[in-house]
Design a protein around this ligand. Structure first.
Ligand code: API
Length: 326
């Protein structure tokens, strides 16, 4: 299976590592907006190509993995590249998924491709768990907690603000709320009750810090519904104390069954990740395999993780899966 990567930051590098570890995949090219001679990748035998030349690769790539950010890159990139390739992205602005789906669906159907969007762990593996748990326990409540850890999506969104040189965003779960859910108390929790957010910003010289802080705190879909603390720090402190990328979280469903609803059941799925980008891209690469299979069997248009049969993620045959993993 021939894989291409568009965008070489933390995600692009993670895709490269995961593809190199996959027995059935080959990385054929990495595309960048930068001058290719300035981009150094891990695989010495794979070309780095300027994005302006991407159309020349139209028939040489089975699945193109898009590694841009959700705030400003993917809303335009995914529909654009779906015209040329089967694509997969990690678009994670939950509120805008329906709109992004419609745009990618149109582009992919018109050009006879498959585009899988919003893949990773949330949205992604957490979404699958929410859907399974809702179907199984229809009378119940959902709870998702993230962190403590670095959200790539929120960090990227802050870096897009004018005057910001670098930024890291930590998502912090409210421990008391998490414990109440785990104890089966079925609490009513608002967005603000479940998490706080902490942002560390390196500002560009002369930038208006008060304006940056206000833009962060009021940013729709990312910060406006949370209590957010913003710290301005210098580059040395940033590099020394904020270079980690760990993250994780929990999906719970607590639901009742029984003639008198006398029995409560709690489903808990959790992730503890040393590297958010390397894990996210490991999910992307497994789903890239499914994209190729769905394309080969004649499916077209936009898909999400909810549309993919689990067996399509594995390089193992159905027979092997039934013998060892069922
Ligand atoms: C958060 C989560 C992170 C989900 C994982 C991924 C990311 O606030 O920490 O951006 O890292 N929404 N979508």
């Amino acid at each position: 299976m021939k894989i291409g990567i568009i965008g070489y930051g933390n995600l692009g590098r993670g895709v490269e590592i995961a593809v190199n570890a996959a027995p059935d995949m080959e990385l054929v090219a990495v595309f960048t907006r930068r001058d290719p001679s300035t981009v150094s990748i891990i695989s010495k035998d794979v070309p780095v190509v300027n994005i302006n030349e991407v159309a020349d690769w139209k028939d040489k790539i089975d699945v193109m993995v898009l590694c841009g950010g959700s705030a400003t890159d993917l809303p335009t990139q995914t529909p654009e590249y779906a015209k040329l390739f089967n694509v997969i992205d990690s678009f994670d602005t939950h509120a805008r998924i329906p709109e992004h789906f419609a745009n990618v669906d149109k582009a992919a159907k018109e050009s006879d491709h498959v585009g899988l969007i919003s893949c990773g762990w949330d949205p992604g593996l957490f979404s699958l768990n929410r859907v399974y748990a809702n179907a199984i326990l229809p009378d119940g409540k959902d709870y998702t907690f993230w962190g403590k850890g670095v959200s790539q999506g929120h960090s990227d969104a802050v870096r897009r603000i004018e005057g910001v040189k670098n930024a890291k965003q930590y998502t912090i779960p409210v421990e008391a709320a998490l414990e109440a859910v785990r104890n089966g108390e079925n609490p009513e929790l608002t967005t603000r009750d479940k998490h706080t957010r902490e942002v560390f910003v390196v500002a560009k010289e002369g930038a208006d810090k008060a304006r940056i802080e206000k833009e962060i705190k009021e940013m729709p879909n990312y910060f406006d519904e949370y209590n957010t603390t913003v710290h301005f720090i210098d580059e040395d402190e940033f590099n020394k104390n904020h270079s980690g990328m760990a993250h994780g979280g929990f999906v719970f469903r607590s639901g009742r069954t029984g003639v008198n609803k006398e029995n409560n059941h709690i489903i808990e799925y959790s992730l503890k990740l040393d590297s958010n980008p390397e894990f996210t891209t490991s999910v992307l690469v497994a789903y890239a395999r499914a994209v190729k299979r769905m394309y080969d069997e004649g499916q077209r248009g936009c898909k999400t993780v909810l549309d993919v049969p689990p067996a399509y993620l594995s390089e193992k045959s159905g027979e092997e899966l039934r013998a060892h993993l069922l």
